[in-house]
Design a protein. Structure first.
Ligand code: NIG
Ligand code: FE
Length: 424
């Protein structure tokens, strides 16, 4: 990887530099800064200046390297705050069955769905999981994503959950995409506990959570709080135990039916509640009051041909909104955050600016990193996606195209001319 080290680098004359402003989640419309043209000065992995080119040059003096970016635009490295990064196998045949009329729930009931990925993941070695993970991380990086949240949850037993966490730890050490890790042992009820979700939660609470906490590398605990999977009472017990142990908590909530998972998110002080297609107004208000991020996953609605979350209602209730791919092999097999922006604009009723904040500043806040990531401002990490277009609106306006040409993570070039600089 080419490092800028302690060098002072100037990326100058972008036709546009686009960023939100701030260090925390934004409710409603964020302050957006557009420098047309704009330059970004970088030193020691950090942004040390940003603004109109002449002003940056005048303020920031000498540079070891100056790179002309005329015709291109710059946005913050995107953040994907909800991914199921590590798993084995794929479900493309199952997807085709859905195209022929089967539903996601039919397939799950017939032993497919999450359970089929669990079987494949149990059978895989850690190395195999990592090899697949690297491919996905490279795809993310090439699409301008520099930081993700990643979950376990395709093991559902001790050995495989730990294997997934080990694979994630190793990937986070060797791949430039920054990762925060989440334990999601409560992603589904494993075959061994069929019909006994409460017993499985007891097992997770007593045996796995303390061990996972002791690793020191897992920040969050997540649960699939949904009718027929983990109901409110079991979810509450699991999340309360996770809080007791010092984890932050997040939920898959109200995805398929309204069950009140979003209200529970507020009750337990979750960092984020995700999906939220069937959240009701009262629970949205509770989330807003408790400061729970509403992370919307329009790729899942698109791919399952389901309903979309009501972004406008969340905004009116006072919630900050982040967008994520929910990258996983079943319900949303994509890692394109620009596609989520397009779905956000076209199907969630968001403006371009709101969708942009949803994959940058608010996505950073959804993983508690808004103080150092998510905007192009002095003092933040130099995580920059450089687009091949003069106007970042092309991310949505010219949808289905990857406009990301170069990517910098913490001042290092990690994608150049659309390819990862260093195969991890
Ligand atoms: O977030 N809802 C549960 N979990 C995933 C789906 C995982 C899968 O189908 O493998 C989700 O949509
Ligand atoms: Fe998910």
């Amino acid at each position: 990887m080419t490092s800028t080290g302690c060098k002072r680098t100037l990326l100058e004359n972008f036709t546009e530099v686009l960023t939100a402003v701030g260090n925390q989640a934004v409710v409603g419309d964020a302050t957006i800064q557009r420098f047309c043209p704009g330059s970004i000065a970088i030193e020691d992995g950090m942004i040390v200046d940003v603004g109109p080119p002449d002003q940056v040059l005048a303020r920031s003096g000498q540079f070891d390297e100056r790179i002309d970016m005329t015709g291109k635009s710059a946005i913050p490295g995107m953040i994907d705050p909800h991914t199921h990064l590590v798993f084995a196998g794929d479900r493309c045949e199952e997807f085709n069955r859905r195209l022929h009329g089967a539903t996601y729930v039919d397939i799950a009931k017939a032993g497919g769905g999450i359970k089929s990925t669990v079987r494949a993941t149990r059978a895989a070695t850690q190395l195999q999981l990592e090899q697949r993970g690297i491919q996905v991380l490279n795809q993310m990086l090439m699409q301008g994503v520099t930081t993700i949240e990643a979950k376990s949850g395709y093991g559902l037993d001790h050995a495989t959950e730990i294997k997934q966490l080990d694979a994630m730890r190793s990937l986070s050490q060797k791949h430039p995409v920054e990762m925060v890790q989440t334990f999601m042992g409560a992603h589904e009820i494993p075959a061994e506990f069929e019909g006994r979700p409460a017993d499985y939660i007891d097992y997770l609470n007593q045996d796995l959570l303390p061990e996972v906490k002791a690793r020191g590398d897992v920040t969050y605990v997540d649960i699939f709080c949904e009718r027929g999977v983990f109901e409110l009472e079991d979810s509450r017990r699991h999340l309360e135990r996770a809080c007791e142990l010092g984890f932050g908590v997040r939920l898959h909530a109200d995805e398929l039916v309204h069950m009140g998972g979003s209200g529970l998110a507020a009750e337990v002080g979750a960092i984020s509640a995700d999906h939220l297609v069937y959240a009701d107004r009262k629970d949205m208000e509770r989330m807003a009051e408790a400061g729970v991020m509403a992370t919307l996953l329009p790729g899942t609605s698109f791919f399952l041909r389901g309903n979309y979350a009501d972004a406008k209602a969340f905004r009116e209730a006072g919630c900050a909104i982040a967008l994520s791919t929910d990258f996983n092999p079943g319900s949303s097999h994509t890692c394109s955050q620009s596609l989520m922006m397009a779905l956000g604009c076209m199907n969630l009723g968001m403006t371009f600016e709101q969708s942009f904040v949803g994959v940058t500043l608010n996505a950073a806040a959804a993983i508690q990193q808004a103080h150092r990531l998510g905007t192009l401002e002095v003092g933040k990490s130099a995580d920059i996606a450089i687009l091949d277009t003069h106007n970042p609106l092309f991310l949505v306006y010219n949808w289905g195209i990857n406009h990301v040409e170069h990517v910098m993570k913490a001042g290092n070039w990690v994608v150049k001319n659309r390819l990862p600089v260093q195969a991890a």
